[in-house]
Design a protein around this ligand. Sequence first.
Ligand code: F6P
Length: 369
Amino acid sequence: MKKCRIGILTGGGDCAGLNPAIKWVVKTALDDRLQRERGVQYEVLGIRDGWKGLVYADPTNPDSLKEYTVPLDQELVRTWDRYGGTMLGTSRTNPYDPKNDRSKTVLSNVDKLDLKVVIALGGEDTLGVAYKLSQEGVNVVGIPKTIDKDLPGTDYTLGFETALNVITEEVDRLRTTAGSHKRIFVVETMGRHAGWLALEGGESSGAFIILIPEYDFSIEKVNELVLEGKIKGNRYDIIVIAEGAKPAGGTQFVTRKGGDSFGHEILGGIGEVLANEIQDATKLETRSIVLSHLQRGGSPCAYDRRMGRYFGIAAVDLVVKKDFGKMVSYRNGEITAVLLKEVSGKLRLVDVKTQYDTERYNGRRTILR
Ligand code: F6P
């Protein structure tokens, strides 16, 4: 039987849903019956720490090989779909960093490791690297993941539903204490430049106000809405704000300047600023909380386990068909695939016109038009 070694890695921010996808890549590729039918004996090599693993996994150096690779088999991954994070580890290493371009080392290591295909699980950055490598002749397949759900070409990215569940659970917890003290709580979510987490997290948890990066808000308007709510009898309010949201005429709040090797700055801090503004203007006691990395933690919810499974299986289907340079995707209720070229360098953002109510600063109240 022909042989084919697949490398698999996870890059960028971790999230729930990565391990289920890895498990199903391994189980599908190594399945005896499928291998016989396909006439190919697959092998799956886990690459540790994202693209960093392919920078350092040099087969001529046994120590680096041990540190950055792990052969995966069905027994090893059997229970992985229950766990959050990524068993392969991750990093934000960019082999094409203009200040330190190590792409040639990656290309050489792909060759030396005899990887006929690399399956990359990631968001815009990781899949952007995958696309560049595919242009240089590497056979790549992408699997979409990011709690930000901001990748074009797919309606779902792994990790998003689990993160929504975290937001909903945490807001439920806040409600009891907010109500007991008659306080307003501003809850800051992640999401970078996309408002999906704040919007759908706010909708799921029934937030009074939702503020997203796609629509600059007016602080005066937020205060008016809060005071109106008070007159109508609100004992307390929950305001969900995306880390990337900003007041009209202002700029995004950055907690750490400088950026990573992909040029991203760490956003955050708008929640606390808004809480102080509301308290000063309305004289209502207002606190803020940053959900931060809690949104990426915990075990995958049922949806992420299932989508991880489907994406993992579909990724192997692409490998079998030698249909490279693509990302598996979920579109209009179906698992399908799109060209990495169509995913690279763009973001999928909330459509304010159809998905956001700019009067109430909340989710839409008309769905069927
Ligand atoms: O892209 C996922 C994400 O969680 C963003 O929502 C957030 O802005 C960023 O990663 C945080 O990155 P880090 O884990 O490097 O602090």
